[in-house]
Design a protein around this ligand. Structure first.
Ligand code: C2E
Ligand code: MG
Ligand code: MG
Ligand code: MG
Length: 291
């Protein structure tokens, strides 16, 4: 009986694993046509300055609205795109859409920078920087309107090549962020060489900073490290006022997360900003006045 049960369990496990594999393969092939079928959407999530309480930009986050399966988790299809070698066409779509959106904001007098996530494969694309450079020319936009985020682990896949690409990107005049900082094993000497402007503390540390002493130490040390290197520090995944208050006490510069604002379609950002509480929030140190 035991053997039978084990066999059944194993068969069940195999079944779901096969189904999962089939689903991934199907998704991968659908992703090839998703761009042409207009199934990709560009969302963005606000960034707010912790000291002034003002909105200071937004991060572009791609979404895939699949015709049959609805919204596909972004983390999942980005990972699939990376494995299937489909990142470059995806990045091209994101860049073109982000520049068009940013240009619309610029025309409306809105000066919020939009940051675009790039992956390890993008860093290896010899045409990436030229493509970005020509988008700036096409849309006649100043470099301050666009920023780029690179995960620490993407940089570490090819540290020497990544450094070269970052130097060329930086020469365009854009601000660069190291994303998911604290999860990618970069060395301090490498970090010091990188022409970046800010570190984004990985959301896993922010999520547990109030309940786990180790995470609290990592958040505190990252703020200090960033500032000591002359960099800004962004906390991602800020979900509560208690986290916000703690980050403010630590001197963290910028917050992003559900407490500040959820990702929304980019066309809704101007309206969101006009109605959000953040522009009216008292600056750091003024909390006593507010109560
Ligand atoms: P990321 O760049 O670190 O972006 C932050 C992720 O955390 C986003 O997930 C965002 O929706 C989510 N998030 C924001 N605030 C909170 C919060 O308070 N709590 C929690 N639990 N999560 C929060 P999303 O949009 O699913 O994207 C996942 C990852 O996929 C991104 O991580 C980024 O690495 C990648 N990605 C997204 N868009 C693009 C893109 O256009 N190109 C590339 N190459 N990668 C992208
Ligand atoms: Mg990011
Ligand atoms: Mg700068
Ligand atoms: Mg991140």
């Amino acid at each position: 009986v035991q053997a039978k049960r084990t066999a059944a369990k194993f068969a069940l496990y195999q079944g779901t694993a096969d189904q999962e594999c089939t689903r991934r393969l199907a998704l991968m092939s659908d992703l090839r046509s998703a761009i042409d079928k207009n199934e990709l959407l560009l969302y963005c999530q606000p960034k707010v300055s912790i000291s002034s309480g003002e909105v200071c930009g937004a991060e572009a986050l791609v979404r895939w609205q699949h015709a049959q399966h609805g919204m596909i988790a972004t983390g999942e299809f980005i990972a699939l795109a990376e494995r299937a070698g489909l990142i470059m066409p995806l990045t091209r779509w994101v860049l073109e859409t982000a520049f068009r959106q940013s240009h619309t904001w610029f025309e409306q007098g809105i000066r919020q920078p939009l940051s675009v996530n790039l992956s390890a494969q993008d860093l290896r694309d010899p045409h990436l920087v030229d493509r970005i450079s020509s988008l700036f020319a096409t849309w006649a936009m100043p470099p301050e309107m666009m920023q780029f985020e690179l995960t620490e682990s993407a940089l570490m896949e090819d540290p020497v090549g990544a450094l070269k690409t970052l130097q060329r990107l930086k020469a365009l005049g854009v601000d660069l962020f190291i994303d998911d900082f604290g999860t990618g094993y970069s060395s301090l000497s490498y970090l010091q060489k990188l022409p970046v402007d800010s570190l984004k503390i990985d959301q896993s540390f922010v999520a547990s900073m109030l309940t786990n002493a180790g995470s609290a130490v990592i958040v505190r040390s990252t703020v200090e490290l960033g500032h000591n290197l002359g960099l800004g520090v962004v906390a991602e995944g800020v979900e509560s006022e208690a986290q916000w208050d703690s980050l403010r006490a630590l001197g963290c510069d910028t917050a992003q997360g559900h407490f500040v604002g959820f990702p929304i379609p980019t066309e809704q950002f101007v309206d969101w900003e006009a109605h959000c509480q953040w522009r009216h929030r008292p600056p750091a140190g003024d909390t006593t006045l507010a109560t």
